[in-house]
Design a protein around this ligand. Sequence first.
Ligand SMILES: C[S@@+](CC[C@H](N)C(=O)[O-])C[C@H]1O[C@@H](n2cnc3c(N)ncnc32)[C@H](O)[C@@H]1O
Length: 202
Amino acid sequence: MRDVRRWRRHYNRSARSYDWKEFLWSFLLGYSDRKERLRMVRRLRLKPGAALLEVSAGTGTNLLLAAPLLATDGRIVAQDISRGMLEECRAKLQRKGIAAEYAESDAAQLPFVDAAFDAVLSFGGVTMFGDRQRAIDEMARVAKPGARIVIGDIGLPAKRRSSPFGRGILLVNARYGEDPPLDMLPDGLTDLRLTWFRGETC
Ligand SMILES: C[S@@+](CC[C@H](N)C(=O)[O-])C[C@H]1O[C@@H](n2cnc3c(N)ncnc32)[C@H](O)[C@@H]1O
């Protein structure tokens, strides 16, 4: 609960500056934010008409990139704990004429029925979730059998953590030192892949 309140407050306060900070961070680290997000979104192999959920969708930058792949009959749902971030997301998608649904909830309690989505994405929230295991179980629950699930967040490959770059970035944000939660994934997955991207910082 502490994490939920803390992050909700943090993102409600910083929602309006979030996109700028993301751009600046990618510039400093030397990768293209847009290209790296597209790489991730393509992993979902979205088809026209598909239903896509983004858990911890934030300001909706990934959904903006995903929308053209779903065509006009697709379903887009943005979920987040922060109302401020969802408001930014709604404004951004509306400016582009993209229809979406918005759900304000904790990732550990997704307000959707079982097997509702063809694809589930979550980027940038997993290391903040208070109950990470439950959030991952929830993503699996709301995904249809055979759906693709892409989960990403900040992190460094073990070998990079002791490099000067790794030590520096860990001083800025200790969450870069967390391991991908491979031990929390549900049974029965097929085609499981771990990929480093964003210049091996995610
Ligand atoms: C780093 S931002 C990532 C936003 C977006 N997915 C992106 O790719 O830019 C992290 C997001 O996770 C959300 N978040 C943090 N804890 C959460 C929780 N327990 N449930 C749902 N969302 C949460 C925050 O409100 C914030 O919007």
